[in-house]
Write a new protein. Structure first.
Lengths: 399, 399
C-alpha cells in the first residue's frame, strides 16, 4: 500500500480523490500496489464528504509522516504551495502539481530538489487540463530539432472568442456568458489579459529549451481589445481569432509571446473551439503534431493529476529534465508577421501612405493587412502615425 | 556507448539512421550515453550510403553480439520479422518496431517474452507515424474508464477521400493521384480495403483492453465503394466521409471495426485531412482528447522509432503492458448507428416502406438516413429488399 496526501480539497482536489477512489482496483493494477489517501490538507472542514475524516489542517503532519510517498499539490497560488512543495521534495516525497503558477515560477528549483532527493516532480495537469502534453514533450519529442511549440492554452478566452465568432456577441456579453456558465471567474483578469496562457507557455518553453523564462518578461496581450468587427473581418478572409501562446525556437533560443492571432485553415489550431485547448508541436524531422482536448474541469484535470501519481508510485522513470532560469523570453521586436490593422476611415490616405505595400481588406474602416514586417518596423511606422494623432483601433497578427 | 542494430534499410530504416546520426549529441544528452549504430541488416548493399560499411546480411551476427543492447525492426511484413524479434528478445535485447503487422499478430508473445527477459518491446511507430499515440495510451490514460478509441489511421485513404471531397474527383482518379505522389503503393489493396487501418486499431484496442483480437475477425470495409455522389451528399448535410477505425468499449469488452463514416463538425476527427492521421480517445472522467499529425513519411516515422530507442536505452520504464489473444472483436451485429443508404430512384416507394422512419435526403436517387438501428436490424430489412432485387448503391454509417 502506498500512502499519498492531497493538498487542497477544491474542485481539482476532490476530483482527484473521487477518481482514486472510484477506479481504485484499476489503478492498483497499473501501479502494482494499492494507493491510499491518508491525508487531505485544507483550511476548511468537509463533514458531508466521504473523505471528510481525512481532512487535516496542519501540513507538518504530512511532511513528518515517513509513510507518505507522494504529495499532490492542487492548492493553486504561489504561497504556501511553494513552501509545501519544497519541504515535501526535501523530505524525499514525490510531488505532483496542477499549479501552473508555481511551476512557471519555481519549476527550476523543484526539479533540482527532486533530482537531489531521488524523487519525482511532475506537473502534467498544469498545462492543457487532461490532455497529455507535458509527458509527450518531455519523453517522446526532445530528440527532434524544435522549431515551435504553440497552443490555445486558455479555455476561458477561447470560449469567449468562440461565442463572439459563432453568435456575433460583443466581448462584454460573451464574458458575462462565460461567467454565468462557470467558465470565467468573477475576477477574470488572469485569463482575459493572457497571464494564464503566459504561465503555461513558459512551462512548455522550459521543457523544449531547458530555459525557464520570467512570466512577466514575455510579450503578453489579452483579448479585451478585440472588437466584433475584427471577428467579422477575420471570418471574411477565412480566418478565426484565437489567443495563441507561442514559443518559437531558433538554434535553441526561445522567443515567447501570448497574443491574439488570426488563424487560417492551414493551422490545425483553428478548429479548437469553445473550452477546448490544443497544443501544436513543430520540429524536425517529425513535422507538426497536435494534441487537443478540454483544458479544464474537475474530471479532465483529475485525470492528468492521477496519471502523474500513477507514474510516480509505479516508479516509472522519465527522461532527465532540468530548467535553468534566464532573464527574458527572446527579442520580440525581431518577431516578424503580417498584421491586420484597423483605423478610422478618415485616416485612410495617411495609413496607405505609411504602409504602402499593405492590402486594404475593408472599406468602411481603413482596415489593412501589412506585408511581412518585424515588430520593430511596424512599431516605427505606428509611432510616426501616432505623432499625427492616428492610432489603430485594432492590431492583430496573422498566423 | 550503447550499441544498436537496425533491421531493414528502407525508407524508415535510413530515416532512423539519419536522425540518430544528425542529432547524435542531443540524443546522447537525453539517454546519458552515446548511441552507436553497429550493424544494419539488409539483403542489399548500399555502397553510396554513409552507413554502407555497417550493412551486413546475416542476422546471427547481431543476435550473437552481446554488445548489442537494442534492435530496431523496421523491415515490415510478418516473416522473418517475427523470428528475428523473438530471437532478439529471447537473447535479452530490447526491440523497437514500426511494423504494425507483427505487432497486431504477435504482440502478445513479444510483450511476454520481453517481460521474461527483463527488456522492452516498444512499437510507437506502428500506429500514427510520428504522433505520440501508443505511449500516452499505455502510460497516461489507462486509469480512465475507456469508452472508445477511434481514429483516422490510414493516410492513403484519407488523402484519396480528401481529394474526392475538395476537388470532386472520382475514386479512381484520386487513387491514381495518390500513387503518382507516392502516397499509395502500386498494389494499394491493404490501404483501400481497410486492412492497414484494421491492424492499427487492433493494436490500440489491445492497449486499452488488454485483448489482442485477430485482424481478420473484425468488420472491415474499405473505401472502394464510395461514389462521388456520396461525397457530395455528405457535404450537403455538413459532413465529410472518412475511413474510421473504432474500438468501442463496454465494461472492458471491445467492439472493433473499420468502415467509412460520415463525420460531423461535432467530431474533431473531421478536420484531419490529406495524409494526416488523428486518434480520439474518449474516457471517464477525462472526456475526449485527440492526437493529430502526419501518419507516415520517413521523418515522422523515424521520430517515433527514435523516441522508443531513447526510452529503451535510457532505461526509462513504462507501466506494465500485456496482451491476451482472444477469438474475436465483439459482436458487430449489436452495433447501432444511423446509416445513409442510397438506392435507384425507382425503388423509392419500397425503400420508404421498409425504412418507414428514415429521412429522405436526396431526390435524384432514393437517398435516406435511417433512425438509430443495430446492424442486425438494418441487415434484416436490406435482406428483405434484396429478395425483391433491390440493393443499395451506397451504405455509409453516420458518426
Amino acid at each position: 500500500m502506498i500512502n499519498i496526501a492531497i493538498l487542497g480539497f477544491g474542485v481539482v482536489g476532490s476530483g482527484v480523490a473521487d477518481l482514486l477512489s472510484k477506479n481504485k482496483k484499476q489503478i492498483a493494477d497499473l501501479v502494482g500496489e494499492e494507493l491510499n489517501i491518508k491525508y487531505i490538507l485544507d483550511l476548511r472542514e468537509f463533514p458531508d464528504s466521504p473523505f471528510g475524516h481525512l481532512v487535516i489542517h496542519d501540513f507538518d503532519t504530512i511532511v513528518n509522516d515517513e509513510s507518505i510517498d507522494t504529495v499532490i499539490e492542487v492548492m493553486g497560488g504561489s504561497h504556501p504551495a511553494y513552501e509545501f512543495t519544497k519541504s515535501a521534495l526535501s523530505r524525499g516525497k514525490n510531488v505532483v502539481s496542477s499549479n501552473k503558477e508555481v511551476v512557471a515560477n519555481f519549476g527550476d528549483e523543484f526539479l533540482r530538489l527532486a533530482k537531489e532527493n531521488s524523487v519525482s516532480y511532475r506537473f502534467e495537469a498544469s498545462v492543457g487540463g487532461g490532455i497529455p502534453i507535458i509527458d509527450p514533450l518531455v519523453s517522446t519529442l526532445r530528440h527532434n530539432d524544435t522549431q515551435e511549440v504553440r497552443g490555445i492554452l486558455n479555455g476561458t478566452t477561447n470560449y469567449i472568442l468562440t461565442k463572439m465568432f459563432t453568435l456575433g456577441e460583443s466581448f462584454e456579453n460573451a464574458l458575462k456568458a462565460a461567467q454565468e456558465r462557470g467558465y470565467a471567474e468573477r475576477n477574470p483578469d488572469a485569463d482575459i489579459l493572457g497571464i494564464d496562457a503566459a504561465r503555461k507557455i513558459v512551462i512548455l518553453a522550459a521543457i523544449v529549451t531547458g530555459k525557464l523564462i520570467p512570466v512577466d518578461s514575455i510579450h503578453t496581450e489579452g483579448i479585451t481589445g478585440i472588437r466584433d468587427s475584427d471577428i467579422k473581418l477575420a471570418e471574411s478572409i477565412g480566418r478565426k481569432i484565437k489567443l495563441v501562446a507561442r514559443c518559437i525556437v531558433n538554434d535553441g533560443a526561445p522567443t515567447v509571446m501570448v497574443a491574439p492571432f488570426m488563424l487560417s485553415e492551414a493551422s490545425p489550431l483553428m478548429h479548437a473551439d469553445g473550452v477546448y485547448n490544443a497544443v501544436e508541436y513543430i520540429g524536425s524531422p517529425l513535422g507538426n503534431i497536435m494534441m487537443y482536448g478540454k483544458g479544464a474541469g474537475a474530471g479532465a484535470t483529475a485525470s492528468a493529476v492521477v496519471s502523474d501519481v500513477v507514474s510516480c508510485c509505479a516508479k516509472v522513470g522519465s527522461l532527465s529534465l532540468g530548467f535553468t532560469k534566464v532573464k527574458e523570453g527572446g527579442n520580440f521586436l525581431d518577431f516578424a508577421s503580417q498584421t491586420y490593422l484597423a483605423f478610422a476611415p478618415e485616416h485612410a490616405d495617411e495609413v496607405m501612405l505609411a504602409f504602402d505595400d499593405a492590402v486594404r481588406v475593408r472599406a468602411e474602416e481603413c482596415a489593412v493587412i501589412t506585408s511581412l514586417m518585424t515588430e520593430a518596423d511596424i512599431e516605427k511606422k505606428l509611432c510616426a502615425l501616432g505623432e499625427k494623432g492616428i492610432v489603430p483601433l485594432s492590431r492583430i497578427r496573422l498566423l
